[in-house]
Design a protein around this ligand. Structure first.
Ligand code: HEC
Ligand code: HEC
Ligand code: HEC
Ligand code: HEC
Ligand code: HEC
Ligand code: HEC
Ligand code: HEC
Ligand code: HEC
Length: 349
């Protein structure tokens, strides 16, 4: 008896909450999936709605971006790449209906990066979502988007890159052009040779992702990079000192493979990048063993001066160290076994 009444009031409550019919028909966030992880700064938002019933739609995100769509597309779809800030982001979509009601939907996504403290790992419950498998692609996007892979099948797809005359001809362009929108664009990405890296294969660090997407990239990625940056690979073979993140092939820890506001497509400006992992060097001074400085007590400056060895550039960590390894000790830009040879790069006497 009692249980029945409880059930009835629950039902009533539900009816009041939903205004009598399912709100999900009015507005749905198809993508991104709630609690998905991103490794670059953009999340493709795809919303689906009942075009006839909606007056306008407002989109708000954690970066403070706000878009109001007044001309509701009759197709019932709207797509927009949303800029993410590091760590957790909330993307909220609010629809105002013709009969003056408000429907709101939102998703949380996590933009992860190993070189930003607090953003290196997503909280429990977040997962990487893979989009490019036949199940997802066929569902709704092909109505409006050409989702065929770009590359022409060649006898030896491993060694031949397709170069498009116009990147806009790429089937990846409409949805992913935002990835190369930052100031410095990496040549293969700007030219939409995406599958040079996204060859659908895995590496020893992402074996568990096998088959999840037709555009996987191997992790570690270095062998892809070396296809074009051979000199670097050749140099590394002869290194006397190696650098952990480079040696392990994780070039993308430091470089954004698509584009970046920073030089060399780095994820942070050089000095900030190095001191993320070498936090003990943040004082701006650097104790070099058995050396006492007159003016610079406590160490050698690591920034704030022009770099005498590289005209036009500032003194930074990489003025003295090669982040990819060296033929000298401590990644120093010198050969031989003693660190002091490096001094001569800048101090001639
Ligand atoms: C009813 C047609 C339609 C459907 C269905 C559709 N889209 Fe779109 N989409 C568009 C249009 C139109 C654009 C804008 C094209 C342009 O900017 O040239 C677009 C742009 C995009 C963009 C780029 C947005 C930006 O801000 O750069 C992404 C990402 C995208 N769509 C993803 C998808 C995905 C994923 C699906 C399937 C879940 C999908 N779309 C389904 C019509 C559609
Ligand atoms: C219809 C829009 C659309 C087109 C066209 C498209 N993508 Fe995507 N792509 C997406 C969306 C949406 C995601 C998933 C983002 C997310 O995590 O929510 C994605 C994810 C990816 C990923 C990450 C792995 C995965 O499967 O999730 C790669 C790599 C990628 N796309 C490469 C490509 C390449 C290469 C092309 C061209 C051959 C291409 N995409 C064409 C919409 C598109
Ligand atoms: C030089 C190698 C390289 C090229 C070229 C490249 N990518 Fe990537 N891409 C990567 C790597 C490595 C990752 C893994 C995540 C990271 O390091 O940012 C990645 C990640 C992605 C993701 C997932 C981003 C996310 O937020 O999780 C998408 C989508 C993507 N790439 C699309 C593309 C498209 C589209 C192109 C062509 C315009 C392209 N990539 C060209 C190496 C590359
Ligand atoms: C398909 C060939 C190709 C692949 C693969 C490739 N690159 Fe490049 N990369 C280029 C070209 C071309 C340039 C521009 C020419 C130049 O400045 O050396 C460039 C430039 C760069 C630069 C800037 C060089 C400078 O002096 O300003 C960096 C850094 C870089 N790539 C890193 C990478 C990393 C990391 C990978 C792997 C994730 C990679 N590249 C994969 C072709 C490629
Ligand atoms: C993602 C983290 C990370 C970043 C970013 C990073 N390092 Fe390192 N670095 C390491 C680790 C881990 C080691 C120690 C072990 C190793 O080299 O394998 C190391 C070691 C070193 C060493 C000592 C090498 C030796 O032979 O004893 C130097 C010098 C160094 N890094 C300089 C730099 C400079 C300069 C930068 C910026 C261009 C930088 N690091 C950025 C992780 C990082
Ligand atoms: C620890 C961070 C870090 C890692 C890991 C790293 N790089 Fe770099 N890379 C840098 C920095 C910093 C510069 C700029 C150096 C300077 O000041 O001239 C650079 C410059 C470059 C350049 C252009 C100048 C040159 O030295 O040729 C290329 C190409 C490049 N990196 C490719 C790669 C490839 C390929 C990998 C992986 C095998 C990789 N990087 C791994 C930090 C890194
Ligand atoms: C003026 C040249 C110079 C600059 C600039 C410089 N270093 Fe060094 N670094 C050295 C020398 C020389 C050594 C050799 C160790 C010694 O003599 O004690 C060294 C050693 C190191 C080591 C290994 C030993 C230790 O002290 O842990 C790390 C790590 C390191 N540097 C990181 C950095 C980082 C990070 C920056 C930028 C914030 C930087 N260096 C800037 C010259 C420099
Ligand atoms: C990449 C260039 C570069 C390298 C390599 C370099 N320095 Fe310097 N050094 C500078 C700059 C720039 C300054 C600050 C400007 C100045 O005081 O002349 C400086 C300052 C100094 C000073 C302070 C000068 C004073 O009057 O107090 C000493 C001492 C010094 N460096 C010693 C060394 C030693 C020892 C090494 C080798 C371990 C070395 N430097 C490597 C660029 C460099």
């Amino acid at each position: 008896m009692r249980r029945k009444r409880a059930f009835a009031s629950l039902l009533l409550g539900l009816l009041i909450l939903t205004g009598g019919y399912a709100k999900s028909d009015l507005l749905k966030i198809e993508l991104p999936k709630n609690h998905s992880i991103f490794d670059d700064a953009f999340a493709p938002l795809v919303i689906k709605f009942s075009a006839g019933k909606i007056k306008n739609i407002e989109i708000n995100s954690t970066t403070g971006e706000r878009f109001v769509i007044k001309n509701i597309p009759e197709s019932g779809y709207y797509c927009k790449n949303i800029k993410l800030k590091l760590a957790e982001n909330n993307i909220s979509v609010t629809a105002h209906t013709e009969d003056n009601r408000t429907v709101q939907k939102s998703v949380k996504v996590f933009y992860r990066s190993e070189v930003y403290e607090g953003a290196d790992e997503a909280p429990y419950g977040y997962k990487k979502y893979f989009f490019h498998n036949s199940g997802n692609e066929e569902k709704s996007c092909t109505k409006c988007h050409d989702m065929n892979p770009d590359f022409k099948v060649k006898s030896s797809p491993e060694n031949e890159f397709q170069v498009l005359e116009n990147p806009k001809d790429s089937n990846c362009y409409t949805c992913h052009k935002v990835l190369v929108s930052r100031k410095n664009g990496h040549a293969p990405s700007v030219n939409f040779m995406c599958t040079v890296c996204h060859n659908g294969k895995t590496g020893e660090n992402n074996l568990q992702e096998k088959e999840k997407s037709r555009y996987l990239h191997p992790d570690p990625i270095a062998d892809r990079c070396f296809q074009c940056h051979q000199r670097l690979e050749e140099n590394m073979v002869h290194n006397r000192s190696d650098h952990g993140p480079t040696k392990s092939g994780r070039c993308n820890k430091c470089h954004n493979p698509h584009s970046s506001p920073n030089a060399f497509f780095l994820r942070k400006p050089i000095w900030q990048l190095c001191t993320t992992c070498h936090a003990e060097k943040t004082s701006g001074k650097h104790v070099i063993s058995s050396f006492v400085f007159s003016r610079n007590k406590g160490g050698h400056p690591t920034r704030g001066w022009p770099d005498p060895s590289r005209p036009g550039r500032e003194l930074v960590c990489s003025s003295c160290h090669n982040p990819h390894g060296s033929k000298g000790p401590f990644l120093l830009r010198t050969t031989g076994s003693t660190p002091f040879k490096v001094c001569k790069r800048c101090h001639k006497k």
